[in-house]
Write a protein that binds this ligand. Sequence first.
Ligand SMILES: [Zn+2]
Length: 116
Amino acid sequence: MHELGVVFHIVDEVEKVAKENNVKHISKVTLEIGEVSTIVPDYFRDCFKWTTDKSEIMKGCTLDLIILKAMTYCENCKGTYETVKYGKTCPHCSSDKTYLITGSEVNIKSVETDDE
Ligand SMILES: [Zn+2]
């Protein structure tokens, strides 16, 4: 139930921003989700709909998911490469002194309102 926790967090954040800006209804939320985050998009959408249906501010709101490509950095050759393709081993120098630089995040990219 990891997705549900993330959804609760995002709905909280969006509602907070909406209240601070006197927005009555949010019509669309765009999120960036890293390729290797543990989020399953279909399941995430279901959780999002279930949660926002209970929210006055976010009821019926559209969810747009942008998947960000995961990139890994190699300490040995200072290169970067696509994480999903090569995993933990650098394709340039075969070193395993590598770490993920992007791809595990979940960010709120934009929020739209349909207030008059
Ligand atoms: Zn390398």
